[in-house]
Ligand binder design. Structure first.
Ligand SMILES: *[C@@H]1O[C@H](CO)[C@@H](O)[C@H](O)[C@H]1NC(C)=O
Ligand SMILES: *[C@@H]1O[C@H](CO)[C@@H](O)[C@H](O)[C@H]1NC(C)=O
Ligand SMILES: *[C@@H]1O[C@H](CO)[C@@H](O)[C@H](O)[C@H]1NC(C)=O
Length: 503
C-alpha cells in the first residue's frame, strides 16, 4: 500500500534529477549479444572445504538430499514449503520468510486461499486464549495463538509441537495468485509477536529434533518469468546444515550483527565495477537484512537514487523512462532481443568474518532486470528488480536467487555461495569473490548517521526547501503524468502489487 502511494513522487524526483544531471548516453542498435559482456565463471563441482562443519553425511541423522527441491514458487509471490499440521494431518503450503518470526496459517476461509487449517478437526490443537496480530510492510493479519503438532514431508524426520498463529482476519496479506496459505517466520525470537516468549518454529525444531542450528535456502527462480503461474520454480530449504550439491565454489560468511532480523553489514556498493562512494552508513540505514520474504533488492532512498543514476549512465539506453526505475512501468523488447547486455553488474560488499576483510556478491542484470510478461507473443517485458526503501536495505529474493544462502545461527553468521541453479544459458548469473581488504571502513558502518556540523544542517535544510519548491513547481506544471503516459515499448505494470510483494 505504502509503496503505491509513494510512486508518483518518486517518479517526479527521478524526472527532475535526470533533467538536471543527465549525461549524454551512448546509443546502441539494440542487437548486442549479452553473452559477450558476461564473464563466464569457472564451474567447480566439488564443494569447498572452507571450514564447513556441516555436510550431508553429518552424523547420519539428517538426510539433506531428501530436502532438495522441497520448495516451489517464485520471487514475486514467494517460495513455499509443504507442511502437515495437526492430528490427523492437514497439508498446507507455507511461505518461507527469513524476515519475520511467527508461524501463522489461514484458519478461516479467505477469497485468495484454496484451503485453510481447520482447528476443530485437529485433536491435538491447543488454543492459548491469547490473540496476536502482525503487520508487514505490505499487509497484516490478526488471529489466535495456539500450538499443535507439525511435520514436514520433505524435512527432518519426526513430529514436533510448535506455536501456531491461526489467522482469522487479514488485510492485503493473502494476494491473488499465491499458492500458499501460511507463513513460516524463520528469524529470531525478538521479532515474534505478541512478544519474544512465543518460540519461533526453527528454535522449536532445533530443540525437539536435535538438528544443528543452521538452515540454508536456495531459490531457483532466476530468469523464470514471474507471472507464469503454471510453472513455478523450485527451491530448497535445507534444515540442519548445508547440502554441497546446491552450490559451487566457496561459501563466504558475514557476521550477523544483531539477532532479530538476519542483520548484516554492507560496506560498499558498485555498479558496473564503479564504487558509489557513499558513506558506508548510508547502506545500513537503518539496517541491512537478508529476507527471503521480500521480492526485490531494496535500497535506502539515497543509495537507490545513486544506483539508478549509475545504471542510467551505464545502461547505454537512450531516453530510458524513469517510470521503469520507479516500478510503475515495464520495459519491453522484441522477442529474441535480450536487454541484459545493456545493463551493468551490481556488487554488494559484505563484512567478512575476519572483520578487516570483505567479500562481494555480484548480481548480473539477469537477476535484477526481470522478465514478467510476454506481450502479444512479440514482446518480452521486464521490470526493474530494485526498489527504494525507507526502512533499510533488504537483500531480498532478487539477490538471493543468485546464491545458496546459509543461515548459520550456531555461529551467528550468514553464508553466501554461488547457487548451482542460478544460470542463464549455462552462464552463472551471480558471482562471488574475495577477500578484499575492508580498509577505510574498518570502523562500524552500522553506527547510525549523524550530521557532523551545524553547517551541514543549514545545507541540508536549504536543499530540502529547494527540493520541495522544485517538486511543487513540477507538480503544478505536469500534474503527475508519469503513470498514465504510454510510449512505444512501455506498458504499465498494473499488477505490480502481486509481483512486488514488499515488506
Ligand atoms: C575446485 O575446488 C577444489 C576444492 O576447493 C579445488 O581443489 C580445485 O582446485 C577447484 N577446481 C577448480 C577448477 O577451481
Ligand atoms: C528419515 O528416516 C528414514 C528412515 O530411517 C531415512 O531413510 C530418511 O533419510 C530420513 N530423512 C531425513 C530427512 O533424515
Ligand atoms: C584478517 O585479515 C587481515 C587482512 O587481510 C590479515 O592480515 C589477518 O591475518 C587476518 N586474520 C585472520 C585471523 O585470518
Amino acid at each position: 500500500m505504502m509503496s503505491v502511494r509513494s510512486l508518483p513522487l518518486l517518479c517526479l524526483c527521478f524526472w527532475s534529477s535526470e533533467s538536471l544531471y543527465r549525461v549524454p548516453l551512448k546509443m546502441f542498435s539494440g542487437k548486442l549479444d549479452s553473452s559477450v559482456l558476461l564473464s563466464a565463471l569457472k564451474r567447480n563441482q566439488s564443494a569447498s572445504g572452507d571450514g564447513l562443519s556441516l555436510a550431508s553425511d553429518l552424523a547420519g541423522n539428517v538426510n539433506f538430499l531428501s530436502m532438495v527441491d522441497n520448495l516451489e514458487g517464485d520471487a514475486g509471490r514467494g517460495y513455499y514449503l509443504q507442511m502437515v499440521i495437526g492430528t490427523p494431518g492437514q497439508t498446507l503450503n507455507i511461505l518461507v520468510d527469513t524476515g519475520s518470526s511467527n508461524f501463522a496459517v489461514a484458519a478461516a476461509t479467505h477469497p485468495y486461499v484454496s484451503t485453510y487449517f481447520n482447528r476443530a478437526l485437529s485433536s491435538t490443537y491447543k488454543p492459548s486464549g491469547k490473540s496476536v496480530s502482525v503487520r508487514y510492510t505490505q499487509g497484516d493479519w490478526q488471529g489466535e495463538l495456539g500450538s499443535d503438532f507439525i511435520s514436514i514431508p520433505q524435512g527432518p524426520n519426526g513430529t514436533i509441537v510448535i506455536n501456531i498463529a491461526a489467522i482469522l482476519t487479514s488485510d492485503g496479506f493473502f494476494l491473488p495468485g499465491i499458492n500458499w496459505q501460511g507463513i513460516l517466520g524463520l528469524a529470531y525470537p525478538l521479532l515474534a509477536r505478541p512478544d519474544p516468549s512465543v518460540e519461533p518454529f526453527f528454535d522449536s525444531l532445533v530443540k525437539q529434533t536435535g538438528i544443528p542450528d543452521v538452515f540454508s535456502l536456495q531459490m531457483c527462480g532466476a530468469g523464470i518469468s514471474a507471472s507464469t503461474a503454471t510453472n513455478p520454480a523450485d527451491g530448497s530449504l535445507i534444515m540442519g546444515g548445508l547440502e554441497p550439491t546446491l552450490y559451487r565454489g566457496s561459501m563466504w560468511y558475514t557476521p550477523i550483527i544483531q539477532e532479530w532480523y538476519y542483520q548484516v553489514e554492507v560496506l560498499k556498493l558498485e555498479v558496473g565495477g564503479k564504487n558509489l562512494h557513499l558513506d558506508c552508513r548510508e547502506y545500513n540505514s537503518d539496517k541491512a537484512i537478508v529476507d527471503s520474504g521480500t521480492t526485490l533488492l531494496r535500497l535506502p532512498v539515497k543509495v537507490f537514487d545513486a544506483v539508478v543514476e549509475a545504471i542510467t549512465q551505464m545502461s547505454m539506453i537512450q531516453d530510458f523512462s524513469s517510470g521503469f526505475f520507479s516500478g510503475t512501468k515495464l520495459a519491453c523488447w522484441m522477442k529474441g532481443e535480450s536487454p541484459w547486455g545493456f545493463f551493468p553488474k551490481i556488487s554488494i560488499y559484505l563484512r567478512a568474518t575476519n572483520t578487516s576483510q570483505s567479500f562481494r556478491l555480484t548480481i548480473l542484470p539477469q537477476l535484477y532486470i526481470q522478465l514478467v510478461a510476454d506481450m502479444d507473443g512479440t514482446l518480452n517485458c521486464f521490470r526493474f528488480g530494485i526498489s527504494s526503501s525507507t526502512n533499510g536495505l533488504v537483500i531480498g529474493a532478487t539477490v538471493m536467487e543468485g546464491f545458496y544462502v546459509a543461515f548459520d545461527r550456531a555461529h551467528k553468521r550468514v553464508g553466501f555461495a554461488v547457487s548451482a541453479c542460478a544460470e542463464g544459458n549455462g552462464i552463472p548469473v551471480a558471482e562471488i569473490s574475495g577477500p578484499f581488504l575492508a580498509d577505510g571502513v574498518a570502523s562500524g558502518c552500522t553506527d547510525g548517521l549523524r550530521l557532523q556540523e551545524p553547517l551541514m544542517w543549514v545545507v541540508a535544510y536549504t536543499l530540502m526547501a529547494l527540493c520541495a519548491l522544485v517538486l511543487l513547481i513540477l507538480l503544478a506544471l505536469i500534474v503527475v503524468p508519469c503513470r498514465c503516459r504510454r510510449r512505444d515499448g512501455e506498458i504499465t505494470d498494473e499488477s505490480s502489487l502481486v509481483r512486488n510483494r514488499i515488506k
